[in-house]
Design a protein around this ligand. Structure first.
Ligand code: GCU
Length: 720
């Protein structure tokens, strides 16, 4: 018989075990990644002490929905992180409170306060100040949405244990447009989406349960994103059917408390396809009338509707060219319908001919964006924004900044960045894109020989445009962790932070994100930030050397290696690799003349082999494989070395991550470990495919003798 003591011990262990299981279950439930950077985990008692002087109550100065949301978020965040339930008090008793309200509301409450005269729309001010002689913490802004952003900023500081003592911080967004696009189809699939099906649509209808859409709006608001286009740019005309607009308005209802405006992608042929007209010619008065009626109808359902995104005359989509009309004709007819309601049109500059003759060496898809839109500068209404992809081709692992950014002086513009990793590893490879985006945003176009970084051009600052900014193609889905990989969420966070302030460094952004997403263990922060910050270069080094583009299967999944798929077809993603050399000659002197689209100082930079950076060499120049780079290596040896180095670095990510085994929750630890192991194996596939391909073409062996044996003899006949 067991003694009473041993039964007691066994019982104690059983209880402990059960308790442990509960804790693990709680941890597991909490760490699916669904909370993303809004985890609000409890601070350590030591860190919580920093906030002892935080007021214990909160007042809100009006009951508008966004202000109410802001207050609820504040209460939730403080409760979770500091374990304290803030008392919600009447505005007649603001003493010793966290006070939430707009500037006019605050002026009315406490005329004695020295408040800023105005803050740019959506900007906010966090300030400790005395009201009626007692200390308060003010969160104020010009708009309700600004107050909400101020609350998120405050909570982010607490989550990162930043001191709030004597806080006096004013933050203004860089540009008014900070939107995401979702490429969701009405059947629930997402074009280039890697995080599960649509959070908005299923089986041709808006989902019954929009909880995730509401949670998404909260995430977006927390980084200052103020608009979301919910459907694919390859738009189904049916989105504008009356019955569908009523459904869509339910999504707007869940966005509204978070200050996120809903917008729609539309198909230019809609007046004909669903409107019953025999034309969609933008200059036909019946077409104009049709758009006006549709827009009025939308605003009846969605009074804060944002506007439309248009993809036309591109990749098979119909557009104004059907009637010999211009993009300006098309954009303006819609813009005029939206204008009385305050809506805008994003007209995408991604217009090109995908049946280009590849035999013709002067043909160049990269020229299309500028050629199509520069001549129309000044022809667009002032509520039209030209949405321009960061580079002239299509979200490759490296491209130069699109010359169109500098080519529009009398037209609004926005930069389109791709959060979803279509050409950059589809969330199965680690690729933190903020360093890449920053290179583009900081790139100086030297317009009129002055400093003109792309970020100022797109924000409308250079040419004093009324509107402009940043659009990110996000494509989150129903997967608990939104993008399919917990580490990929750094790109969504980073997009929002850069859209708010493109002067933030990549280091600062990833440091914030890591603290918020994984906590403040120094080893965790150091390891994850280092991995993220090197990840783009690692990915680039085994997928797209020297600016040649991502050497992927461009006719299929845009994921596997497939360098030959870029050539000998009309898509124009050519790298022109043959037996002698590689690269697109885009020079003014001997090539396609693309370089001539840039302002003169940038032309000089790229035209000359002496000044063109190695990392864009093959984008701008066709060179022999034996050409010696600034680095001192030949092109061919660089390709071999970078692929081997990249694959080695991808493998090293595994060991770096394994250091964190006992430092992050088991769910995310194992999920990420498996992803990194998979990435390392894929990097080898990439390495071997590209090295064999280029060896077969060039016949030049790797100086380090790493792969000839496996590759067989080089090809002989000349292909071109
Ligand atoms: C890329 C992408 C398409 C998308 C297109 C666009 O080509 O592969 O899926 O429709 O860009 O931006 O319109």
């Amino acid at each position: 018989m067991r003694s009473t003591r041993s039964i007691k011990t066994a019982l104690r262990f059983a209880v402990l075990g059960a308790a442990l299981l509960c804790v693990l279950a709680v941890t597991a439930a909490a760490e699916t990644g669904a909370e993303a950077w809004l985890r609000y985990s409890a601070l350590s008692p030591q860190a919580a002490k920093t906030y002892q002087r935080l007021p214990h109550k909160t007042v809100v100065l009006d009951d508008f929905v966004v202000l109410k949301t802001a207050q609820q978020e504040l209460v939730r965040g403080v409760a979770q992180m500091l374990g304290e339930t803030l008392l919600v008090a009447e505005k007649s008793a603001p003493e010793n409170a966290i006070v939430l309200g707009t500037l006019p509301q605050l002026r009315a409450l406490a005329p004695e306060l020295h408040l800023p005269r105005d803050l740019r729309s959506d900007g906010y001010w966090l300030k400790t100040a005395k009201i009626r002689g007692s200390e308060c913490l003010l969160i104020t802004a010009s708009t309700d949405r600004g107050v909400l952003y101020g609350v998120f900023a405050l909570l982010s500081k607490i989550a990162r244990a930043e001191s709030l003592a004597a806080i006096d911080e004013e933050q203004q967004p860089y540009a008014p447009i900070r939107w995401v696009n979702q490429w969701d189809n009405l059947d629930g699939r997402i074009e280039r989406g890697y995080g599960g099906p649509s959070i908005f649509f299923a089986d041709g209808n808006v989902r019954g349960d929009l909880t995730r859409a509401s949670e998404y709006a909260r995430l977006l608001a927390s980084v200052g994103i103020n608009g979301c286009t919910i459907n694919n740019v390859n738009a189904a005309p049916g989105i504008l059917e009356d019955s569908f607009i009523a459904q869509v308005s339910r999504i707007a209802d869940v966005f509204r408390p978070w200050g996120v405006q809903l917008s729609l992608s539309v198909d230019m042929s809609s007046p004909k396809v669903i409107g019953g007209l025999d034309t969609f010619d933008p200059l036909d008065p019946r077409v104009a009338e049709w758009w006006r009626k549709i827009v009025d109808e939308i605003y009846r359902h969605i009074p804060d509707f944002g506007g439309f995104v248009v993809k036309a005359d591109s990749e098979g989509r119909l557009g104004p060219s059907t009637y010999g009309r211009t993009p300006a004709d098309a954009a303006n007819v819609i813009a005029r319908a939206l204008k009385p309601h305050g809506g805008v049109v994003f007209y995408r500059a991604f217009v090109y001919n995908h049946h280009l003759d590849w035999h013709e060496l002067k043909n160049d898809r990269a020229k299309a964006v500028y050629d199509n839109f520069h001549p129309l500068d000044g022809a667009f209404d002032d509520n039209v924004i030209i949405q321009i992809k960061n580079g002239p081709i299509d979200f490759q692992v490296r491209e130069p900044a699109s010359p169109l950014f500098a080519g529009l002086r009398r037209t609004n513009e926005a930069i389109e960045l791709q959060v979803t990793q279509e050409y950059t590893g589809q969330q199965r490879h680690l690729c933190f894109l903020v360093p890449m985006w920053k290179e583009v945003l900081d790139f100086d176009m030297r317009v009129d020989a002055n400093a003109t970084p792309v970020k100022d051009l797109v924000a409308g600052r250079t040419f004093h445009r009324p509107v402009g900014g940043f659009v990110g193609v996000a494509n989150v889905g129903m997967d608990a962790n939104w993008l399919g990989s917990p580490l990929a969420m750094a790109n969504l966070y980073g997009f929002g932070r850069l859209a708010w302030d493109p002067n933030l460094s990549a280091e600062k952004i990833i440091d914030e994100w890591t603290h918020l997403t994984f906590g403040s263990d120094p080893l965790v922060v150091k390891t994850i930030t280092a991995m993220q910050l090197t990840s783009w270069h690692v990915y680039e080094s085994y997928t797209g050397p020297l600016g040649a583009g991502t050497l992927t299967n461009i006719l299929g999944n845009h994921y596997d290696p497939g360098p030959e798929s870029s050539e000998e077809n009309g898509w124009g993603q050519w790298h022109r690799a043959d037996h002698q050399g590689i690269g697109m000659d885009r020079t003014i002197a001997t090539g396609t003349g693309y370089i001539g689209q840039y302002p003169p100082e940038v032309q000089k930079l790229y035209e000359s082999l002496a000044s063109c950076a190695d990392n864009l060499l093959l984008f701008f120049h066709h060179v022999p494989y034996t050409y010696v780079l600034h680095s001192g290596k030949t092109v061919i040896q660089h390709v071999y070395d970078s692929h081997y180095d990249g694959a080695d670095q991808a493998r090293d990510f595994i060991a770096q991550w394994q250091l964190l085994e006992r430092h992050v929750d088991q769910d995310r630890y194992h999920d990420i470990l498996q992803r990194l192991q998979y990435q390392a194996s894929q990097a080898i596939v990439w390495r071997d495919t590209i090295c064999k391909w280029i060896y077969r073409l060039s016949g030049i062996p790797d100086q380090k003798g790493r792969m000839q044996a496996a590759s067989g003899p080089p090809d002989t006949p000349d292909r071109h």
